[in-house]
Design a protein around this ligand. Structure first.
Ligand SMILES: Cc1ncc(COP(=O)(O)O)c(C=O)c1O
Length: 421
């Protein structure tokens, strides 16, 4: 069966992610007795809170008629009420249950929303580095991703965002705490961004939608606070999930909350319900909707991420790697250090050999991809920054065993010594 050209292009673009995954599998199979220091996956690994597990046990035992039936596409009212209370508190802005759509994770929510708003050729501004899936989602719904650069330490650069806005801009995605940098954008940035979007709206007659993608909102460390956004800008939709806060990414439960100040809000709500149908989700999983209605404000024990964050920071610091200050989520974004002269010569020879082997010109490997491939030989896996639009950087996830972080410290130091030779 021939696969669509667009999907083939997606597969090509995502190939390095598959490559890291395959490398991990190969390393584990080659010698199961040796550890693989795999920091490539952002997979929450905490136990869900006991209150959620208890709620699930009780709900599974419920045999009331209609428990497993279809429901409105936007979800159960009791669940939407619980989400409305949560988002109202977090965003210092009143949200009604009728402003909420329950979705299949934040990923499902983003797709339903982009599907609802994008006409072919519409633009969505994202801040670089960006979550790797954004480009796939935006393209899938006929849009075009436009990048805005960031300032030192990946701070929001509102002027860069202003320059990225144009007559076709339909939305901007703000992801805080950020994947991959761990940055949390402070309230002053939110206000500056709001002013830029409002000015753009006044000048062009159409205000871009601000999509606040915040599945990591509860993962903030050392007293860092994720500020409200919905109160700052009228055209705001919050997209989030319980994948991280309750540590249940496999259960696929998330939501969209639409500001009551959005123009044409009721038409947008209809479009979101329609998207749930036509994209084939129909509704978010019923059992999880019932469960989160009871425990929406519970949190997994993030102290364990905080401990692992501190350990990884120490390991990376002592290896001499520079990194962006990670205030939230569970990622560390590191700058790839310069390659030493010996290594540069070896890399050039390898690239020439692979060019000769494929009968083509030697492909210029970006430094982060070369770095990831080099570390793989030390059984250390991380994700090259190219996948987030940021060559020269690399992402490590600390949602991994503490023992692995302790173990990698000397290995990383040794590997970096060789890299710099
Ligand atoms: C920035 C960002 N947005 C959205 C998602 C999707 O999360 P979910 O599991 O809720 O679909 C992720 C998942 O890793 C993410 O990192």
């Amino acid at each position: 069966m021939p696969v669509a050209k667009a999907v083939r292009a997606d597969l090509e673009r995502a190939s390095w992610i598959r490559r890291m995954f395959e490398e991990g599998r190969r390393l584990r199979e080659a010698d199961p007795s040796l550890p693989v220091y795999d920091f490539s996956l952002g997979n929450p690994d905490l136990e869900p809170p006991e209150a959620l597990l208890r709620a699930l046990r009780e709900l599974v035992a419920d045999t009331a008629k209609g428990t497993h039936a279809y429901m409105p596409n936007v979800g159960y009212r009791e669940t939407r009420e619980a989400i409305a209370r949560k988002v109202s508190r977090e965003h210092a802005f009143p949200v009604a249950f009728s402003d909420v759509v329950m979705t299949v994770g934040a990923a499902g929510g983003l797709n339903v929303l982009l599907h609802a708003i994008l006409d072919s050729g519409d633009e969505v501004v994202v801040v670089r580095p960006w979550f790797a899936e954004y480009r796939f989602y935006i393209n899938k719904h006929g849009g075009r991703m436009v990048e805005a650069g960031t300032g030192p330490g990946f701070a929001l650069d509102v002027d860069a965002i202003r320059r990225a806005l144009g007559p076709r801009t339909k939305a901007l995605i703000l992801n805080s705490p950020n994947n991959p940098t761990g940055r949390i954008y402070p309230r002053s940035d939110v206000e500056a961004l709001s002013a830029v979007l409002l000015a753009h709206g006044e000048a062009t007659g159409t205000s871009p939608l601000l999509i606040v993608d915040e599945p990591y909102r509860d993962l903030a460390y050392e007293g860092a606070v994720v500020p409200p956004v919905m109160d700052a800008y009228p055209e705001t939709v919050v997209c989030s999930s319980f994948s991280k806060s309750l540590s249940v990414p496999g259960e696929r439960i998330g939501y969209l909350a639409v500001s009551s100040r959005c123009a044409d809000k009721s038409l947008l709500m209809d479009a979101l319900a329609m998207g749930m149908r036509t994209l084939g989700f129909v509704n978010a999983p019923a059992l999880m909707q019932r469960a989160v209605a009871r425990v929406a404000d519970e949190k997994a024990d993030i102290a364990s991420y905080a401990r692992r964050r501190a350990l990884l920071l120490e390991a990376v610091r002592s290896a001499g790697l520079a990194f962006a200050p990670p205030e939230g989520a569970f990622y560390l974004f590191c700058e790839v250090p310069p390659r030493g002269p010996k290594g540069r010569a070896a890399d050039a020879a390898r690239a020439a050999a692979s060019g000769a082997a494929t009968g083509g010109a030697a492909a210029a490997e970006s430094p982060d991809v070369a770095f990831a491939m080099f570390l793989k030989d030390y059984r250390i896996l991380l994700v090259p920054g190219s996948g987030f639009g940021m060559p020269g950087w690399a992402r490590l996830s600390y949602a991994v065993d503490e023992a692995l972080i302790r173990g990698v410290a000397p290995e990383l130091k040794a590997a970096l010594g060789k890299w710099r030779e």
